[in-house]
Design a protein around this ligand. Structure first.
Ligand code: ATP
Length: 302
Protein backbone atom coordinates (compact mmCIF):
# COMPACT_ATOMS: atom_id res chain seq x y z
CA UNK A 1 0.00 0.00 0.00
CA UNK A 2 1.27 3.46 -0.93
CA UNK A 3 -0.34 6.40 0.90
CA UNK A 4 0.38 9.87 -0.38
CA UNK A 5 -0.90 12.80 1.67
CA UNK A 6 -0.76 16.51 0.85
CA UNK A 7 2.40 16.11 -1.22
CA UNK A 8 3.99 19.32 -2.52
CA UNK A 9 7.24 19.58 -4.47
CA UNK A 10 8.52 22.82 -5.89
CA UNK A 11 11.62 23.40 -8.00
CA UNK A 12 12.24 27.12 -7.82
CA UNK A 13 9.12 28.71 -9.26
CA UNK A 14 7.81 25.45 -10.77
CA UNK A 15 5.37 23.50 -8.64
CA UNK A 16 5.81 19.95 -9.96
CA UNK A 17 3.51 18.32 -7.37
CA UNK A 18 0.77 20.49 -5.96
CA UNK A 19 -0.99 18.97 -2.96
CA UNK A 20 -1.48 15.36 -4.07
CA UNK A 21 -3.41 12.95 -1.86
CA UNK A 22 -4.25 9.39 -2.91
CA UNK A 23 -3.59 5.78 -2.01
CA UNK A 24 -2.47 2.84 -4.15
CA UNK A 25 -3.87 -0.46 -2.95
CA UNK A 26 -2.50 -3.99 -3.19
CA UNK A 27 -3.83 -6.74 -5.45
CA UNK A 28 -4.36 -4.59 -8.51
CA UNK A 29 -2.60 -2.49 -11.12
CA UNK A 30 -3.03 1.24 -10.57
CA UNK A 31 -2.27 3.37 -13.60
CA UNK A 32 -0.71 6.78 -12.92
CA UNK A 33 -1.68 8.98 -15.82
CA UNK A 34 -1.10 12.54 -16.84
CA UNK A 35 0.26 14.56 -19.74
CA UNK A 36 4.01 15.10 -20.06
CA UNK A 37 5.26 17.24 -17.23
CA UNK A 38 2.23 16.53 -15.02
CA UNK A 39 4.45 15.44 -12.13
CA UNK A 40 4.34 11.64 -12.32
CA UNK A 41 8.08 10.99 -12.19
CA UNK A 42 8.52 13.53 -9.43
CA UNK A 43 5.80 11.85 -7.36
CA UNK A 44 7.51 8.48 -7.80
CA UNK A 45 10.92 9.88 -6.83
CA UNK A 46 9.34 11.41 -3.72
CA UNK A 47 7.66 8.09 -2.87
CA UNK A 48 11.03 6.37 -3.13
CA UNK A 49 12.68 8.95 -0.88
CA UNK A 50 15.06 10.01 -3.66
CA UNK A 51 13.86 13.57 -3.17
CA UNK A 52 12.17 15.38 -0.34
CA UNK A 53 8.86 17.21 -0.54
CA UNK A 54 8.31 20.72 0.84
CA UNK A 55 5.03 19.46 2.29
CA UNK A 56 3.20 16.22 2.81
CA UNK A 57 4.38 12.65 3.14
CA UNK A 58 4.44 9.24 1.51
CA UNK A 59 3.95 6.07 3.54
CA UNK A 60 4.80 2.64 2.21
CA UNK A 61 2.98 -0.06 4.16
CA UNK A 62 2.37 2.41 6.96
CA UNK A 63 5.83 3.98 7.28
CA UNK A 64 8.15 6.23 5.31
CA UNK A 65 10.39 4.05 3.16
CA UNK A 66 13.51 5.10 5.07
CA UNK A 67 11.99 3.72 8.28
CA UNK A 68 11.88 0.22 6.80
CA UNK A 69 14.80 -2.17 7.13
CA UNK A 70 16.10 -3.33 3.75
CA UNK A 71 13.95 -1.01 1.62
CA UNK A 72 14.61 -3.04 -1.55
CA UNK A 73 12.57 -5.88 -0.06
CA UNK A 74 9.70 -3.44 0.50
CA UNK A 75 9.62 -1.49 -2.76
CA UNK A 76 11.00 -2.22 -6.19
CA UNK A 77 11.12 0.49 -8.82
CA UNK A 78 11.94 1.01 -12.45
CA UNK A 79 12.59 4.69 -12.96
CA UNK A 80 15.19 5.12 -15.67
CA UNK A 81 16.26 1.96 -17.45
CA UNK A 82 19.22 3.78 -19.00
CA UNK A 83 20.81 4.46 -15.62
CA UNK A 84 23.04 1.38 -15.50
CA UNK A 85 26.76 0.77 -15.99
CA UNK A 86 27.03 -0.19 -19.69
CA UNK A 87 30.30 -2.10 -19.30
CA UNK A 88 28.88 -4.62 -16.86
CA UNK A 89 27.10 -7.82 -17.72
CA UNK A 90 23.43 -8.05 -16.79
CA UNK A 91 24.20 -10.70 -14.19
CA UNK A 92 27.02 -8.68 -12.58
CA UNK A 93 24.88 -5.56 -12.51
CA UNK A 94 22.15 -7.41 -10.62
CA UNK A 95 24.66 -9.22 -8.39
CA UNK A 96 26.20 -5.98 -7.19
CA UNK A 97 22.76 -4.55 -6.46
CA UNK A 98 21.79 -7.75 -4.68
CA UNK A 99 25.00 -7.88 -2.62
CA UNK A 100 24.50 -4.29 -1.47
CA UNK A 101 21.09 -5.30 -0.16
CA UNK A 102 21.92 -8.66 1.40
CA UNK A 103 20.22 -10.61 -1.39
CA UNK A 104 21.76 -13.88 -2.64
CA UNK A 105 22.89 -14.80 -6.16
CA UNK A 106 20.16 -17.39 -6.52
CA UNK A 107 17.58 -14.63 -6.47
CA UNK A 108 19.52 -12.83 -9.23
CA UNK A 109 19.19 -15.87 -11.47
CA UNK A 110 15.49 -16.24 -10.67
CA UNK A 111 14.86 -12.60 -11.63
CA UNK A 112 16.85 -12.91 -14.87
CA UNK A 113 14.75 -15.96 -15.65
CA UNK A 114 11.49 -14.18 -14.88
CA UNK A 115 12.23 -11.31 -17.26
CA UNK A 116 13.51 -13.58 -20.02
CA UNK A 117 17.17 -12.49 -19.87
CA UNK A 118 18.70 -15.72 -18.51
CA UNK A 119 20.13 -16.56 -21.93
CA UNK A 120 21.98 -13.23 -22.26
CA UNK A 121 22.91 -12.73 -18.61
CA UNK A 122 26.64 -12.74 -19.38
CA UNK A 123 26.46 -10.09 -22.09
CA UNK A 124 27.51 -6.51 -21.47
CA UNK A 125 24.59 -4.15 -21.00
CA UNK A 126 26.11 -1.91 -23.70
CA UNK A 127 24.99 -4.46 -26.30
CA UNK A 128 21.39 -4.56 -25.03
CA UNK A 129 18.46 -3.15 -26.96
CA UNK A 130 16.12 -0.70 -25.24
CA UNK A 131 13.66 -3.53 -24.63
CA UNK A 132 16.35 -5.65 -22.99
CA UNK A 133 17.38 -2.75 -20.77
CA UNK A 134 13.76 -2.30 -19.73
CA UNK A 135 13.61 -5.98 -18.81
CA UNK A 136 16.85 -5.64 -16.85
CA UNK A 137 15.42 -2.64 -14.99
CA UNK A 138 12.36 -4.70 -14.15
CA UNK A 139 14.57 -7.57 -12.94
CA UNK A 140 16.31 -5.09 -10.63
CA UNK A 141 12.93 -3.94 -9.31
CA UNK A 142 11.98 -7.55 -8.56
CA UNK A 143 15.26 -8.45 -6.82
CA UNK A 144 14.07 -7.92 -3.26
CA UNK A 145 10.77 -9.73 -3.96
CA UNK A 146 8.97 -6.55 -2.84
CA UNK A 147 5.24 -6.19 -2.24
CA UNK A 148 5.16 -2.69 -3.69
CA UNK A 149 6.29 -2.04 -7.26
CA UNK A 150 6.58 1.27 -9.09
CA UNK A 151 7.25 1.46 -12.79
CA UNK A 152 7.76 4.80 -14.52
CA UNK A 153 6.71 4.52 -18.18
CA UNK A 154 7.83 0.88 -18.43
CA UNK A 155 6.70 0.38 -22.02
CA UNK A 156 8.40 3.47 -23.44
CA UNK A 157 10.19 2.47 -26.61
CA UNK A 158 9.14 -1.18 -26.52
CA UNK A 159 7.87 -3.10 -29.52
CA UNK A 160 4.34 -4.61 -29.42
CA UNK A 161 5.63 -7.93 -28.12
CA UNK A 162 7.57 -6.19 -25.35
CA UNK A 163 4.50 -4.11 -24.43
CA UNK A 164 2.40 -7.25 -24.20
CA UNK A 165 5.03 -8.88 -22.03
CA UNK A 166 5.13 -5.93 -19.61
CA UNK A 167 1.32 -5.91 -19.39
CA UNK A 168 1.19 -9.59 -18.55
CA UNK A 169 3.92 -9.19 -15.95
CA UNK A 170 2.06 -6.30 -14.24
CA UNK A 171 -1.14 -8.34 -14.16
CA UNK A 172 0.72 -11.35 -12.74
CA UNK A 173 2.43 -9.27 -10.04
CA UNK A 174 -0.93 -7.79 -9.02
CA UNK A 175 -2.52 -11.24 -9.02
CA UNK A 176 0.16 -12.28 -6.53
CA UNK A 177 -1.31 -9.65 -4.22
CA UNK A 178 1.33 -6.97 -4.78
CA UNK A 179 0.77 -3.23 -5.09
CA UNK A 180 1.58 -2.29 -8.68
CA UNK A 181 1.81 1.42 -9.54
CA UNK A 182 2.64 2.21 -13.15
CA UNK A 183 2.87 5.56 -14.90
CA UNK A 184 2.09 6.44 -18.47
CA UNK A 185 1.11 9.49 -20.46
CA UNK A 186 -1.02 7.35 -22.80
CA UNK A 187 -4.42 6.15 -21.73
CA UNK A 188 -4.44 3.39 -24.35
CA UNK A 189 -1.57 1.68 -22.55
CA UNK A 190 -3.61 1.46 -19.39
CA UNK A 191 -6.87 0.32 -20.91
CA UNK A 192 -6.07 -3.37 -20.79
CA UNK A 193 -3.68 -3.34 -17.86
CA UNK A 194 -4.93 -1.20 -14.99
CA UNK A 195 -7.88 -1.77 -12.66
CA UNK A 196 -7.71 1.65 -11.13
CA UNK A 197 -6.51 5.02 -12.38
CA UNK A 198 -4.99 8.02 -10.69
CA UNK A 199 -4.96 10.92 -13.16
CA UNK A 200 -2.99 14.11 -12.53
CA UNK A 201 -2.47 17.34 -14.42
CA UNK A 202 -0.10 20.17 -13.47
CA UNK A 203 0.72 18.37 -10.23
CA UNK A 204 -2.91 18.15 -9.11
CA UNK A 205 -5.24 15.21 -8.75
CA UNK A 206 -7.86 15.05 -11.53
CA UNK A 207 -9.32 11.59 -10.88
CA UNK A 208 -8.82 8.63 -8.56
CA UNK A 209 -11.27 5.92 -9.58
CA UNK A 210 -11.72 2.41 -10.93
CA UNK A 211 -11.38 2.35 -14.73
CA UNK A 212 -14.97 1.22 -15.17
CA UNK A 213 -16.19 4.31 -13.30
CA UNK A 214 -14.23 6.63 -15.53
CA UNK A 215 -15.80 5.01 -18.56
CA UNK A 216 -19.23 5.07 -16.95
CA UNK A 217 -18.84 8.78 -16.34
CA UNK A 218 -19.77 9.21 -19.97
CA UNK A 219 -22.91 11.05 -21.06
CA UNK A 220 -26.55 10.26 -21.71
CA UNK A 221 -28.25 11.29 -24.94
CA UNK A 222 -31.90 12.12 -24.52
CA UNK A 223 -34.56 13.40 -26.88
CA UNK A 224 -37.81 15.00 -25.74
CA UNK A 225 -40.54 16.83 -27.69
CA UNK A 226 -39.28 20.29 -28.72
CA UNK A 227 -41.97 21.98 -26.65
CA UNK A 228 -40.64 20.28 -23.49
CA UNK A 229 -36.97 21.01 -24.04
CA UNK A 230 -36.68 24.01 -21.76
CA UNK A 231 -38.58 22.26 -19.00
CA UNK A 232 -36.42 19.12 -19.38
CA UNK A 233 -33.18 21.13 -19.16
CA UNK A 234 -34.37 22.84 -15.98
CA UNK A 235 -35.45 19.56 -14.37
CA UNK A 236 -32.23 17.74 -15.25
CA UNK A 237 -30.09 20.62 -14.03
CA UNK A 238 -32.06 20.74 -10.79
CA UNK A 239 -31.33 17.02 -10.35
CA UNK A 240 -27.59 17.73 -10.55
CA UNK A 241 -26.96 17.07 -14.24
CA UNK A 242 -24.96 19.21 -16.63
CA UNK A 243 -27.00 19.61 -19.77
CA UNK A 244 -25.91 20.64 -23.25
CA UNK A 245 -27.96 20.71 -26.43
CA UNK A 246 -26.86 19.04 -29.62
CA UNK A 247 -28.55 18.77 -33.02
CA UNK A 248 -31.08 16.11 -32.12
CA UNK A 249 -31.51 16.43 -28.42
CA UNK A 250 -29.84 16.91 -25.07
CA UNK A 251 -26.55 15.55 -23.78
CA UNK A 252 -26.58 15.02 -20.02
CA UNK A 253 -23.53 14.46 -17.86
CA UNK A 254 -23.38 13.66 -14.19
CA UNK A 255 -26.54 11.54 -14.10
CA UNK A 256 -27.03 7.88 -15.02
CA UNK A 257 -29.40 6.96 -17.86
CA UNK A 258 -31.81 5.49 -15.29
CA UNK A 259 -31.81 8.69 -13.30
CA UNK A 260 -32.40 10.84 -16.40
CA UNK A 261 -35.41 8.67 -17.25
CA UNK A 262 -36.76 8.94 -13.72
CA UNK A 263 -36.38 12.74 -13.57
CA UNK A 264 -38.13 13.25 -16.91
CA UNK A 265 -40.87 10.78 -16.10
CA UNK A 266 -41.40 12.47 -12.73
CA UNK A 267 -41.76 15.82 -14.51
CA UNK A 268 -44.34 14.37 -16.92
CA UNK A 269 -42.07 14.80 -19.93
CA UNK A 270 -42.33 12.21 -22.70
CA UNK A 271 -39.00 10.61 -23.58
CA UNK A 272 -38.60 10.06 -27.33
CA UNK A 273 -35.13 8.50 -27.09
CA UNK A 274 -32.74 7.77 -24.25
CA UNK A 275 -29.29 6.27 -24.78
CA UNK A 276 -26.09 6.01 -22.82
CA UNK A 277 -23.13 7.26 -24.79
CA UNK A 278 -20.19 5.01 -23.93
CA UNK A 279 -17.22 7.31 -24.05
CA UNK A 280 -14.00 5.45 -24.61
CA UNK A 281 -11.48 5.63 -21.84
CA UNK A 282 -9.43 7.82 -24.14
CA UNK A 283 -12.33 10.31 -24.33
CA UNK A 284 -12.66 10.32 -20.56
CA UNK A 285 -8.94 10.93 -20.19
CA UNK A 286 -8.85 13.75 -22.70
CA UNK A 287 -11.80 15.36 -21.02
CA UNK A 288 -10.04 15.15 -17.66
CA UNK A 289 -6.63 16.31 -18.75
CA UNK A 290 -7.61 18.61 -21.64
CA UNK A 291 -7.97 21.60 -19.35
CA UNK A 292 -4.67 21.04 -17.66
CA UNK A 293 -2.78 20.81 -20.93
CA UNK A 294 -4.48 23.87 -22.44
CA UNK A 295 -3.92 25.92 -19.37
CA UNK A 296 -0.30 24.96 -19.40
CA UNK A 297 0.09 25.93 -23.06
CA UNK A 298 -1.54 29.28 -22.36
CA UNK A 299 0.74 29.91 -19.44
CA UNK A 300 3.81 29.07 -21.45
CA UNK A 301 2.61 31.23 -24.34
CA UNK A 302 1.64 34.23 -22.25
N1 ATP B 1 14.92 18.32 -10.95
C1 ATP B 1 14.07 19.21 -11.45
N2 ATP B 1 14.37 20.52 -11.48
C2 ATP B 1 13.52 21.43 -11.97
N3 ATP B 1 12.29 21.14 -12.46
C3 ATP B 1 11.92 19.86 -12.46
C4 ATP B 1 12.77 18.82 -11.95
N4 ATP B 1 12.12 17.64 -12.07
C5 ATP B 1 10.93 17.91 -12.62
N5 ATP B 1 10.79 19.25 -12.85
C6 ATP B 1 9.61 19.92 -13.42
O1 ATP B 1 8.48 19.45 -12.72
C7 ATP B 1 7.38 19.23 -13.59
C8 ATP B 1 6.91 17.79 -13.48
O2 ATP B 1 7.88 16.93 -14.06
P1 ATP B 1 7.78 15.35 -14.05
O3 ATP B 1 9.00 14.82 -14.75
O4 ATP B 1 7.51 14.87 -12.69
O5 ATP B 1 6.48 15.10 -14.93
P2 ATP B 1 5.97 13.76 -15.60
O6 ATP B 1 4.52 13.74 -15.41
O7 ATP B 1 6.76 12.60 -15.11
O8 ATP B 1 6.29 14.01 -17.12
P3 ATP B 1 6.88 13.03 -18.23
O9 ATP B 1 5.74 12.16 -18.65
O10 ATP B 1 7.29 14.00 -19.30
O11 ATP B 1 8.03 12.30 -17.62
C9 ATP B 1 7.86 19.64 -14.96
O12 ATP B 1 7.48 20.97 -15.18
C10 ATP B 1 9.36 19.53 -14.87
O13 ATP B 1 9.98 20.40 -15.77
Amino acid sequence: MIEITGLVKRYGRTTAVDGLTFAVRPGGVTGFLGPNGAGKSTTMRLALGLEHPQEGRVLIDGRPLRAHDRPLTRVGALLDAAAVHPGRSARNHLRSLAAANGIGDRRVDACLERVGLAGVAGRRIRTFSLGMRQRLGIAAALLGDPWVLMFDEPVNGLDPEGIQWVRTLMRDLAAEGRTVFVSSHLMAEMQNTADHLVVIGRGRLLADAPIRELVAAASVDVQVPDSDRGHAVAQLAAAGGTVAADRTGLVVRGLSADRVGEVLHGAGIAVVRLAERQASLEDAYLELTGGSVEHRAQEVGS
